[in-house]
Write a protein that binds this ligand. Structure first.
Ligand code: SDX
Length: 438
């Protein structure tokens, strides 16, 4: 798959203190970041499993796509810092980079944009599919359903072993996810669907489908289109997070790409993951005023209180999430461009951040704002309803899921993911007939 996976010249010795047996485990090195102990032969050689619920110390795969240094707050897409990509690129360039490993030249970019643009429309039957949902369905429920149903409509791009099928399915998914998302919003508010306009750029087209109506012309603000593009870039990929791991695991069984992306959407929906951006806005509304911040920070620190500071903390980042910094800057730019000078939620968020990052509880646990802390305020300023926030995250992350799915399918060492367990249930016992049960 790539030549970065190098068996280093040293091993780790595992000694069984019960038997005195020692086992040599090879150490593998990548191009950058922690080395790994190769435990693929561990069970065969020792009869022992490793145990790592939540995969806090487990590398599930080898990848060349995204690198995160959580301690330094570094995020690289194919080696390029997210800060540079967010400022100098648009989402189509970054999508090309994630898919193919290199930034496109002008000709490659133009062709990629053309090919994506000419796949943005949905099969008309898919548009009918929405009719089965209640109007008050959560848009993420609609996204799970519609994306999962795509394999029922696009039969000519389901053979994962055919590179051409994979390319068509990948382009279709990236191209259609904004249309699917915009239709979910329109369906929820009872407005007619707005079809894609091939004369518009990706983010411009998305905003047009969200906010235009057949009743009058709708001009997309270049500022909002730029902000949306930057938000899509910041959310595009993020190593082996929960939803990406879900896509990989679903794909490892040979499931079709549309089903795998639907699985990723389902996983992203959780409030501990992509659902956090919606939860942050709900939390800020619940806190309501700066005078209540102390009380809520206290609740967040109370181990007996399930309340957590949404938008804070991260499994990998033990420093500022670099995306949060860019998001905060974008937040100020968008509000200023829109002439929103006194957004109380932003004031509240900034005060909450100030208090939390100075509080020992958060400092000791290295809990900083993550990508979701400020994104919701920008979405609100753009006019996106709270229930659509995680949908936007899914729109952005689709290219990352697709890139990671392709990498997994093309990996010659790939096999079905099938973790084992530490069993603590009842050992074998004799059956008890109904008449003998107490
Ligand atoms: C995303 O993985 C990714 O890359 C995800 C993502 C991506 O781009 O794909 O970056 C997107 O999901 C960002 C995270 C969005 N989620 C939230 O903002 C929800 C709030 N955050 C927490 O739920 C939590 O921080 C997680 C889920 C993000 C991380 O949880 P971990 O790594 O399992 O950490 P943990 O739960 O073991 O917490 C360690 C300690 C605990 O306290 P102690 O048991 O040590 O006393 O920190 C505490 C936790 O109680 N803690 C928090 C907290 N987050 C962790 N306490 C209060 N508020 C919080 N937000």
């Amino acid at each position: 798959m790539n030549d970065h996976n190098t068996t280093t010249n040293h091993t780790m010795t595992l000694t069984n203190n019960e038997t005195g047996e020692a086992f040599e485990l090879p150490v593998l090195g990548g191009s950058v970041g922690p080395k790994v102990i190769d435990v693929r032969r561990l069970y065969g050689d020792t009869g022992y499993f490793t145990y790592d619920p939540g995969f806090t110390s487990t590398a599930s795969c080898e990848s060349t796509i995204t690198y995160i240094d959580g301690d330094e707050g570094i995020l690289l897409y194919r080696g390029y810092p997210i800060e540079d990509l967010a400022v100098h690129c648009d989402h189509m360039e970054v999508s090309y980079l994630l898919l193919f490993g290199e930034l496109p030249n002008a000709e490659q970019k133009a062709k990629f944009e053309h090919d994506i643009t000419y796949h943005t429309m949905l099969h008309e039957q898919v548009n009918q599919f929405y009719r089965g949902f209640r109007r008050d369905s959560h848009p993420m429920a609609i996204m799970c359903g519609v994306v999962g149903a795509l394999s029922a409509f696009y039969h000519d791009s389901l053979d994962i072993n055919d590179p051409w099928h994979r390319t068509v399915a990948s382009y279709r998914m990236i191209a259609k996810i904004p249309t699917i998302a915009a239709h979910a919003y329109k369906y929820a508010i009872g407005q007619p669907f707005i079809y894609p306009d091939n004369g518009l750029k990706y983010s411009e087209n998305f905003l047009h489908m969200l906010f235009a109506t057949p009743a009058e012309d709708y001009e997309v603000s270049p500022t909002l289109a730029r902000a949306m593009d930057r938000i899509l870039i910041l959310h595009a990929d993020h190593e082996q997070n929960a939803s990406t791991s879900t896509v990989r695991l679903a794909g490892s069984s040979g499931a079709n790409p549309f089903a795998c992306i639907a699985a990723g959407i389902a996983s992203l929906w959780g409030p501990a993951h992509g659902g956090a951006n919606e939860a942050v806005l709900n939390m800020l509304h619940e806190i309501g005023d700066k005078s209540n911040i102390t009380e809520y920070v206290k609740k967040a620190k109370d181990p007996d209180d399930p309340f957590r500071l949404m938008g804070f903390g991260h499994r990998v980042y033990k420093n500022f999430d670099p995306r949060a910094r860019v998001m905060q800057q974008t937040c100020h730019e968008v509000l200023e461009e829109l002439g929103i000078t006194d957004e109380p939620l932003l004031e509240l968020a900034m005060e909450l951040e100030k208090i939390a990052v100075e509080d020992d509880y958060f400092v000791e646990r290295k809990l900083y704002p993550n990508v979701d802390f400020y994104s919701g305020i920008i979405f609100k300023a753009i006019g996106i309803p709270t229930t659509m926030f995680t949908v936007l995250f899914a729109v952005a992350r689709t290219v990352g899921w697709i890139a990671q799915w392709n990498e997994m399918v093309e990996d010659p060492s790939q096999k079905i993911g099938r973790p084992r367990q530490l069993f603590t249930g009842p050992p074998r016992r004799d059956f008890v007939t109904l008449d003998k049960r107490g």
